[in-house]
Every structure is written in structure tokens, then in C-alpha cells.
Write a protein that binds this ligand. Structure first.
Ligand SMILES: CC(=O)[C@@H](O)[C@H](O)COP(=O)(O)O
Ligand SMILES: NCC(=O)COP(=O)(O)O
Length: 247
């Protein structure tokens, strides 16, 4: 089973636009769980334009499935996650002010720094994941720093899906096989949506978790949150023979 973790950044963005606590992120998180989501993700950025650092502890209190906190491992970020102890922390190499995530870590060049951070998180009782591109050398670097999991940056897959989905998924399928050989757990995310999700999941049999925010929250404007989560769960449960049907 591939777990669906709903990223609530865009819900936080709406909340922040008026300064009050509406929509209430904690309530939306628990409703997502009630509607079938198997995890909740937020990605607080240094400017806190959507998810904020103080959301982490509040969500930790309320989330009963799995809480995944993504972000750049600044000292501030590390202090917040080590105090709150989410189930998983996903390290992302974003510059402050970056619009959104657009690449994975250099696990070779930044090996020592990443290994120290992963050790701190592991000693804090937190499962670790690092955001990566589907490159075998980078995966070997990820195994060397002893992260529990990797999260594939799926932006290039999403961009290529419409023109040639087999070509778009091929590097991820190959990298997933290599990651599994290396003993790494496998997550994925970025720009996954109702069109491209089922095929990706079917082509990566070792995939364990996807985190989806932007498209899912946008779809919820049309279908409602409960229906939308069901649609995403259906995409994750479809077998190969059903792939064309779900588009
Ligand atoms: C790591 C990743 O791909 C997601 O966390 C994504 O960056 C969501 O962040 P935004 O909602 O800020 O685009
Ligand atoms: N890790 C990816 C994530 O949480 C959500 O990315 P997106 O669906 O908002 O592009």
C-alpha cells in the first residue's frame, strides 16, 4: 500500500492571508485523516508564508496517522522538529525565499553535513528522509549517510507525463529499484496529481508514500476535500489494467 500524506501548505497560505486562524490547520488535518489520508505533511519555509514553525507542535498534538515535516535543516528548523518529534522529517535543499522545491540534495558534496543532521534526528527518535533526484550516485550517497528513506523530487516526471509518460517515469523506476537494493525506503512528491499519480505508483512497486499538496488542495475546490482524498486514494490503489481508465 502506498500511503497518501496530504500537504497542507496551501491551506496555511489561505489562513495567513487574513491573519486569523481560519481555516484552522489542525482541524483540516484531522478532517483529512477522517476522510482517509494516511499522513499529514507541512513544509515550513524560512519566511513562514504558509506553514509556520508553530504549526509543527500543534499538528503533533492532533495528528494520529503520520506527521511528516519537510524543510531546509536550519538550526531553527532542527530545534522545532527535535522538540515536537514528528514521525518523519524530510530534508529539502531549498534556498530561503525559493518559490517552491525544484531539486534534490547533493548527497556526495554535502555528505558530512547531512550525515551529522541525520544522526541528530535519528538520536531524537525521528525517521529521516531526504529529497533527491533519481540519480544512482546520489542514491548511493544517501545510503552512505544512513537516511532511512529518500523522497524523489517528481517535478520532472510531472512535466514530462503529458508528452511521453514512459520516458518520464523511466529514471524514477530505475532509481527506485536501486534505492530498494540499497535498503532505502522510498517516498515521492512534487506536482503529483490525479492524472499522473496512478501511473507513477504502478511503475514503482517499492514506493511507500507520496506527499501531495498543491494539486490536491486545488482539486478540493471543485470536488470537496473528502471526495478529493478518495479520488487520490483510488489512484494509489489501481492496478496496471485500470491505469487508462482513471485518467
Ligand atoms: C518538497 C516538496 O516538493 C514540497 O514540500 C513542496 O515544495 C511544497 O512546498 P510549497 O507548497 O511551498 O510549494
Ligand atoms: N513533498 C512534496 C509535497 O509535500 C507536496 O508537493 P506538491 O504536491 O505541493 O507539489
Amino acid at each position: 500500500m502506498v500511503r497518501l500524506s496530504v500537504n497542507l501548505n496551501k491551506v496555511a497560505l489561505i489562513r495567513n492571508s487574513r491573519g486569523a486562524n481560519y481555516p484552522d490547520l489542525v482541524r483540516v488535518a484531522t478532517d483529512c485523516e477522517r476522510f482517509g489520508a494516511q499522513g499529514i505533511t507541512i513544509h515550513p519555509r524560512p519566511d513562514q508564508r504558509h506553514a509556520r514553525y508553530d504549526d509543527v507542535a500543534a499538528l503533533k498534538e492532533a495528528v494520529t496517522t503520520e506527521l511528516n515535516i519537510e524543510g531546509y535543516p536550519s538550526e531553527k528548523f532542527l530545534r522545532v522538529v527535535l522538540a515536537a518529534q514528528p514521525d518523519q522529517v524530510t530534508l529539502v535543499p531549498d534556498e530561503p525565499g525559493q518559490l517552491t522545491s525544484d531539486h534534490g540534495w547533493d548527497t556526495i558534496g554535502r555528505k558530512n553535513e547531512l550525515r551529522d543532521i541525520i544522526t541528530r534526528l535519528r538520536e531524537g527518535g525521528i525517521r529521516t528522509s531526504i529529497f533527491v533526484d533519481p540519480d544512482p550516485a546520489i542514491l548511493e550517497g544517501a545510503a552512505a549517510i544512513e537516511t532511512d528513506r529518500i523522497e524523489f523530487y517528481t517535478g520532472p516526471y510531472a512535466n514530462g507525463y503529458g508528452s511521453d509518460r514512459a520516458a518520464a517515469v523511466a529514471p524514477f523506476a530505475a532509481a527506485s529499484r536501486r534505492a530498494a537494493e540499497l535498503g532505502l525506503g522510498i517516498n515521492a512528491g512534487h506536482d503529483l496529481n490525479l492524472d499522473n499519480l496512478a501511473y507513477f505508483s504502478q511503475q514503482l512497486p517499492d514506493l511507500q508514500e507520496v506527499s501531495i499538496g498543491h494539486a490536491l488542495i486545488s482539486d478540493a475546490l471543485y470536488y470537496g476535500l473528502s471526495n478529493t482524498i478518495q479520488l487520490y486514494l483510488q489512484r494509489l490503489s489501481r492496478g496496471a489494467e485500470k491505469i487508462d481508465e482513471v485518467k
